[in-house]
Design a protein around this ligand. Structure first.
Ligand code: NOJ
Length: 571
């Protein structure tokens, strides 16, 4: 069953896309790091979930200073993951199973081991080799101060000084992330041409699109002025908030128009897509990335950052839908990925938004796993009932929590090192996922080796423990994805239902090509009744499945009594 060409051009508008983090999905050769043959062997699980596509985090040649987001060769597969043939077999197998495939593209920076950066280090200041990156002289009498005050996203300064050929300290280069991830100079025509070619390289191998890493960072403000992020916080998220000089510059959009031309030139027309990873506020500025001639989707991190409060969720939904409507684009919902505390843990903490990118470690207060999972199930069912596309992160269909007690010596995230252990970083959401409760490494491989240790709690949550078990999180996701398709929940309109008169319930009516659906998420502590005449077709409650009331921290989907779930004749 290859992806259906008749719906090709619009497939992404309501698609559910499953993120695979190859290091931690499945490890075929048993070396402790997941690989592409491992992914291929387990694609049936993903197809059986009922998603439309997968997105693969980077598997390119890399010294892995940032788990592969530091690319040394964009056209090679890193040996730890396999080779180009493995990538081609993975794409073919996915297509056979009816899954489209998105790959990750990392255009803001390369690895320090990329041939261009090596050439830049070997060359002299003002050489053409240095112009492909952002090299500057330092400030101060001997150039000993960084060229400006920008900070790296992983902590410390965003500049590193190099030694010149005569071994004396020389220029500085910019890295918004780790010092081993030098930023490219996107004003340089060679950089632009190179990435058009990389797009074609992977499109020629059959991929269906690209998730674009830090899509809002490529262009920096002329003159690289100093920036005071603390002062800017006051207006964070406001329509008139100042635009930081390293993010979301207007000129970045012209780059994506050229990329759109490339993806559009592939068959079937309009079916290959671009997805922006852009932490941009407010939603009106994020919507600029999905104008008709730019990208197709942009992750809605505003929703991901919402707290477990009805108002916060309602506002995030409303603001994003309104902003995207204005440019004619659907919205792209997401709750977890490889950069944030898993939502089964995040929603059990006091201020969920605070844990984005920062992590939770053994010295932090430990979250209540039961409460977190209950809320996560409710949040996921709410997300999957919203119009637009949704992304899932591997393991959320098992209800996996963050690993919050990883030992210090296991840590790999550059955030941990660049903050001298001040922030634990993102390793806790990247732990290899469990397949079989009673196998070595919970079935991640057959040797038991894992690049990050798994918490014992992953055993009970293994896929084989949940498959076929009524009320399990895995079966909940399967049911939700099947119903989402039948009820066409990714399409159509959303209106808020205010008739319940309960501020702590998110209540929305969906009108889709399949009819009317009522969605209720109860963020209060008392059960609320399901309105008369409505029949619950999905409930996230593992205590009271499909009952007449919506318990605390539960989402239900309900349809008029008279209708069958598929929108066909009354049952
Ligand atoms: C966003 C990626 O998702 C993250 O994992 C990475 O560290 C940064 N971009 C830098 O590439």
């Amino acid at each position: 069953m290859t992806p259906d060409p008749s719906t090709a051009a619009a497939w992404w508008r309501d698609a559910v896309i499953y993120q695979i983090y190859p290091r931690s999905f499945a490890d075929a050769n048993g070396d402790g790091v997941g690989d592409l043959p491992g992914v291929t062997a387990r694609l049936e699980h993903v197809a059986a979930l009922g998603v439309d596509a997968i997105w693969l985090s980077p598997f390119y040649r890399s010294p892995m200073a940032d788990a592969g987001y530091d690319v040394a060769d964009y056209r090679e597969v890193d040996p730890v993951f396999g080779d180009l043939g493995d990538a081609e077999r993975l794409v073919a197998r996915a297509h056979d199973l009816g899954l489209r495939v998105l790959v990750d593209l990392v255009p803001n920076h390369t690895s320090d081991e990329h041939a261009w950066f090596r050439a830049a280090l070997a060359a002299s200041p003002l050489s053409p080799e240095r112009e492909r990156y952002v090299f500057r002289d330092g400030r101060g009498p001997r150039g000993e101060e960084p060229p400006n005050n920008w900070s790296s996203m992983f902590g410390g300064p965003a500049w590193t000084r190099v030694n010149e050929a005569d071994h004396t300290p020389g220029q500085w280069y910019l890295h918004l992330f780790d010092s081993r991830q030098p930023d490219l100079n996107w004003q340089h025509p060679q950089v632009r041409a190179e990435f058009l070619d990389i797009l074609r390289f992977w499109l020629d191998r059959g991929v269906d699109g690209f998730r674009v890493d830090v899509a809002n960072a490529l262009v920096k403000q002329e003159g690289l002025p100093d920036w005071d992020p603390i002062a800017a916080l006051e207006k964070f998220g406001a329509e008139d908030a100042p635009v930081p000089p390293m993010w979301d510059q207007d000129e970045v959009h012209e780059i994506y128009r050229t990329w759109r031309d490339v993806v559009d030139s592939y068959d079937p027309a309009g079916s290959r897509i671009l997805v922006a990873e852009a932490w941009v506020e407010p939603p009106t500025r994020l919507a600029r990335y999905v104008r008709g001639d730019e990208m197709h989707q942009a992750f809605n991190f505003n929703y991901l950052g919402a707290s477990w409060e009805a108002d916060s969720l309602r506002q995030a939904v409303e603001r994003s839908i309104t902003a995207n409507h204005a440019v004619g684009a659907p919205t792209t919902w997401v709750l977890s990925n490889h950069d944030v505390v898993r939502h089964a843990t995040r929603f059990a903490t006091a201020r969920p938004g605070d844990h984005i990118g920062i992590g939770i470690g053994p010295r932090d207060p430990q979250p209540d796993a039961t409460l977190g999972l209950r809320r996560a199930r409710a949040a996921s069912a709410l997300m999957l009932a919203l119009p637009g596309s949704a992304y899932l992160y591997q393991g959320e269909e098992l209800g996996l929590p963050e690993h919050t007690t990883l030992p210090d010596e296991a840590r790999q995230d550059p955030t941990w090192f660049r903050t001298d252990g001040g922030l634990v970083g993102r390793d806790g959401c990247r732990v290899p996922i469990p397949w079989h409760a009673d196998a070595p490494a919970f079935g991640f491989n057959t040797t038991g080796a894992t690049w990050l240790p798994q918490p014992p709690s992953y055993g009970e949550l293994a896929a084989d423990r949940q498959a076929g078990v009524a009320g399990s999180t895995l079966e909940l996701y399967r049911a939700a994805l099947r119903l989402r398709r039948e009820l066409a929940l990714g399409l159509g309109e959303l209106t808020w239902d205010t008739t319940l008169g309960n501020e702590r319930v998110v209540a929305l009516r969906r009108t889709t090509p399949a009819g009317e659906i009522l969605v209720l998420t109860n963020l209060g502590d008392q059960p609320v009744p399901v309105p008369k005449g409505m029949r619950v077709v999905l409930s996230t409650d593992d205590q009271l499945p499909a009952g007449p009331a919506v318990g605390a921290d539960v989402t239900v989907w309900a349809i008029p009594d008279s209708r069958s779930p598929a929108g066909g004749p009354p049952t």
